[in-house]
Design a protein. Structure first.
Lengths: 319, 170, 417
């Protein structure tokens, strides 16, 4: 089966998922992102790569934060950015997703940054563009359902590489609600592709997807056990609606067993870094002492995220 | 591809000659900016040969190329690194070969995104003609004319020695 | 009309016949096999050289959109009898609706349509539908289609009432709560793609409930569309213990598994979902062993129903015209004889329907006959399918086995020659 993210030359033309991408493509994105890092410190915080191109932010699901980082990234590449709040406009009128896409193609879009509540929606768009022969329109998945959030996965890898230099001897733990997390899935694929020998998933059985081990991770239910010897701890956000229901009895009980406290973090390696995709729930999945502590690199992730998104957009636009 | 019988001068000697051309014009605020990759190596040599206050800046013009739409992003982009304030400085842009002038234009554009220099000069080892933009070198040690299909590149071996190579693209 | 079908390879699984024999039809029935009955003079002769002559196929589940189009698709696929589920719009819970469907189908004179009646009013799972009246109107058994009965008390009552009259109940075993949010097998692929899963236990729990109630009430139970190896094993065990239970499997589930979802291919969305390879192997073995029969689970859909994100896509595939070639493909993979391959789409379903005049070709049987070229390859394309539903994961594939002539009640209703 052909990977719909790659063109006939094997180059990245859409970024839909980390899964199935070869290591050299991931490394190229990270290397390119490194080159973009300096731009924010310059007099003019822009390069002309995407001058005259139109980037449409299609957010079928609200996320001001993610949308803003894509917007900044596109603007630093000199693209024109159009933000569409689709949650309110077209779908309310009964227009189908692909009708919306056809309309925007007619407005000469060059790139779609798509956030959608349904897993796989960006694939549907990418395949549609292929069917109607819009070869030069690129799709970036900015989060689809529980499936993937590849730019978040890449910025996490950038952060890890920044602090740990290489991936070959790391132990990385991902903690919390993996079942509902697109970030976790993208991180797992990225870590295994980049050669991390041990990826651990830590959480209660209600928050772990079936047959998770087949994705190349080691499952731990006991956080104290799972954190031992870790170089990197990635904490996941626990959505409010999951806290008091059938999945978990209470936020308090969750924090007791799966919240990251300074005491639990001490089980990891002394130089371990703590990551979180944000926004954090202090006192639910992470203690403030850790979130504000010197091992946390959460704000760096945000900074790196812009460079990584610039790298992704410029590589796609050139292929 | 074939190696042309063209006699190739010693690039290391040319670097020394280029340094001597520049020397009389140096001011206390002169700084070098080398264009990756050949220009960066030459700038490194010039820094050793000339009394300059700082190390050279290094510039990767991948994000400023005018052929991005056709060729896409260069597979290997290195970070631009300019370790000094550009604003009000006298800069010498260093490259190995001056050809169409498009690289120089891209480099100037990028430089100006760092600030407004007082003056920019251009130093190259070779000027092979074939200009497509109104550019001329301020300092140059080797003037020659080459046909379009011929590619003149500066190489650096494992020991760090610079040398020329010529290839014909059929 | 007296018809002689000559020079064909006659396969009649019920009577273990696979031999070069002529078939003689008269008065809409089979009049003779091998030898013409005394005084038989054919008014029409069909040369079946190179063709297999077998009983018309019986499809235990086909949804009908535009009746005429879909019944034309049926006979083009060699299907002469099909069972339609009651969860149509409106639900088939009133005798008039059943009568109208049976009459319209009879007027068209293509395939026979045997409707399933609603087990509960409006299929809401609460009040019993008028089963005896629906039976008189032509409903052959009672079902909820894909709609659940949440209240186990109501389910028990329905079983008891149907058992009183000797009616059969056909249910798709799927626990409502374990399946309502899901749209793929709860396994590796759903986990990777971030699709909410439906665990195998959704099926096995429902089977356990149904089997328990069937054993207690003595109702004739048919379980529709099993999807798991564990489910098949439970049915096999219950049958060995003497429970009057039968079951069927959708033909796609013998060929496809969770991996066929690939990158969110909505054509691979089924209800019940495509499960693991192990489950698929278990289903294949169950059909080969005679525990389950096959159905096409024909579900014609608009293109728009599939051009949406996976979770929003309607489940199902077009199937009437693929039932035969996909059955042959399964048999070839499992190294089964042609007769063994055809049993789960002829004699097997006839036995479940309790019809000894269908699904075989002994004298006296209905003259429902399918003549097909077993080796002929054809490509599945939108144009090559008569059904309005072009939705199939096999689109573009080449399949072997093509129906050439179909007879229903001794009338030639399809002829591709």
């Amino acid at each position: 089966m052909r990977n719909p993210q790659l063109n006939e030359n094997g180059e990245l033309t859409h970024l839909l998922s980390i899964e199935g991408l070869p290591r050299h493509i991931l490394s190229h994105i990270l290397d390119t992102a490194a080159s973009f890092m300096g731009i924010a410190d310059r007099e003019v915080k822009k390069v002309p790569l995407l001058r005259g191109k139109s980037v449409f932010n299609l957010f079928f699901e609200n996320s001001t934060r993610t949308r803003t980082t894509f917007e900044i990234a596109a603007k630093r590449l000199s693209a024109d950015v159009i933000n569409l709040d689709i949650t309110r406009s077209s779908t309310a009128k009964g227009e189908t997703l692909l009708d919306t896409i056809d309309n925007l193609c007619a407005m000469h879009a060059n790139m779609f940054v798509v956030r959608h509540a349904a897993s796989g929606a960006p694939y549907l768009i990418a395949e549609h563009l292929k069917r109607v022969r819009h070869k030069n329109i690129h799709v970036v998945n900015a989060g689809d359902g529980r499936h993937a959030h590849p730019t978040q996965g890449l910025l996490d890898m950038y952060t890890i590489r920044h602090y740990k230099q290489n991936f070959e001897h790391l132990t990385v733990a991902i903690v919390g609600d993996i079942l509902h997390s697109r970030v976790a899935r993208s991180d797992i694929h990225a870590l295994t592709t980049l050669g991390v020998p041990e990826v651990r998933a830590i959480g209660p059985q209600t928050l772990l997807p079936a047959e998770l081990a087949k994705m190349g991770v080691r499952v731990h239910h006991d956080m104290n056990e799972g954190l031992k010897g870790c170089d990197v701890v990635i904490m996941l956000r626990l959505q409010n609606e999951r806290m008091n229901g059938a999945l978990l009895p209470s936020a308090g009980e969750y924090f007791k067993h799966y919240g990251l406290t300074p005491e639990k973090l001490a089980l990891a390696r002394p130089d371990a870094i703590v990551m979180h995709p944000g926004p954090m729930n202090r006192g639910v999945e992470i203690d403030s002492g850790v979130a504000d502590g010197k091992q946390a690199v959460i704000l760096d992730q945000v900074t790196f995220g812009i460079a990584v998104r610039m790298a992704v957009m410029s590589i796609l636009a050139g292929n | 591809m074939s190696t042309s019988p063209l006699h190739l001068p010693d690039a290391e000697a040319q670097c020394r000659a280029l340094a001597e051309q520049i020397r009389p014009h140096l001011t206390p605020d002169t700084a070098l900016v080398g264009i990756y990759s050949g220009g960066a190596w030459i700038a490194e040599r010039l820094t050793q040969l000339l009394p300059l206050p700082e190390e050279a800046g290094l510039i990767d013009i991948s994000f400023y190329r005018d052929d991005f739409a056709e060729k896409g992003l260069h597979p290997q982009v290195r970070p631009t690194h300019i370790p000094f304030e550009v604003e009000g400085r006298k800069l010498i842009l260093v490259d190995d070969v001056l050809y169409t002038g498009r690289t120089t234009r891209a480099a100037l554009n990028e430089l100006f995104d760092y600030g407004r220099p007082a003056a920019v000069e251009l130093a190259v080892l070779a000027d092979r003609g074939g200009r497509e933009l109104p550019m001329a070198p301020t300092y140059c040690v080797w003037h020659l004319e080459l046909p379009r299909q011929t590619c003149l590149t500066l190489k650096r071996d494992d020991a760090g020695r610079l040398s020329w190579s010529v290839e014909d693209h059929a | 009309m007296k018809i002689a079908i000559k020079n064909g390879r006659l396969i009649d699984p019920k009577h273990n016949i696979d031999a070069g024999r002529d078939l003689f039809l008269a008065g809409g029935r089979v009049a003779g096999v091998g030898q013409a009955p005394a005084g038989f003079r054919a008014e029409q002769e069909i040369d079946a050289s190179g063709l297999v002559v077998c009983p018309g196929l019986i499809d235990l589940s086909a949804r009908l959109g535009r009746l005429e189009t879909e019944l034309e698709a049926a006979v083009a696929g060699g299907v002469t009898t099909l069972v339609s589920p009651p969860d149509m719009d409106p639900p088939l819970d009133e005798p008039e609706l059943a009568e109208r469907l049976v009459r319209q189908a009879a007027d068209l004179g293509l395939a026979r349509v045997l409707p399933l009646g609603a087990l509960t009013q409006q299929l809401e799972g609460e009040k019993l539908a008028e089963m005896a009246t629906l039976r008189q109107a032509g409903c052959i058994a009672f079902s909820q289609g894909k709609r659940p009965i949440l209240d186990t008390q109501a389910l028990l009552r329905a079983f008891e009432y149907a058992a009183t009259f000797g009616f059969a109940i056909w249910l798709q075993p799927q626990d409502y709560y374990l399946s309502r949010d899901g749209f793929a097998h709860d396994g590796e692929v759903a986990s990777r793609l971030g699709l909410t899963g439906i665990p195998v236990s959704a099926e096995t729990i429902a089977i356990a409930t149904c089997l328990t109630l069937a054993a207690d009430t003595g109702v004739r139970l048919h379980l529709r569309r099993l999807s798991s190896a564990a489910g098949i094993a439970m049915v096999a065990k219950a049958r060995a213990e003497g429970v009057a239970v039968t079951c069927d499997v959708g033909i796609h589930h013998l060929h496809l598994c969770e991996y066929d979802i690939g990158f969110f291919d909505t054509q691979a969305r089924f209800d019940p979902p495509l499960r693991s390879q192990r489950d698929r192997d278990g289903l294949c073995a169950g059909v080969a062993a005679g525990t389950a029969v096959l159905c096409s689970d024909h579900t014609p859909l608009d293109q728009d129903d599939k051009l949406v994100p996976f979770a929003e896509a309607k489940p199902g595939a077009t199937g009437l015209e693929l039932l035969l070639p996909l059955t042959l493909k399964w048999a070839q993979g499992g190294k089964l004889s042609l007769a063994a391959a055809l049993a789960p789409i002829t004699s097997g379903p006839a036995a479940i329907l309790g019809r000894d005049d269908l699904g075989h070709l002994a004298p006296g049987a209905q003259a429902d006959v399918c003549l097909f070229a077993p080796e002929e390859a054809w490509q599945v394309t939108a144009a090559s399918l008569k059904s309005d539903g072009k939705n199939t994961p096999f689109l573009g594939c080449e399949l072997a086995g093509r129906t050439k002539i179909t007879l229903v009640g001794g009338r030639r209703v399809f002829d591709a020659r």
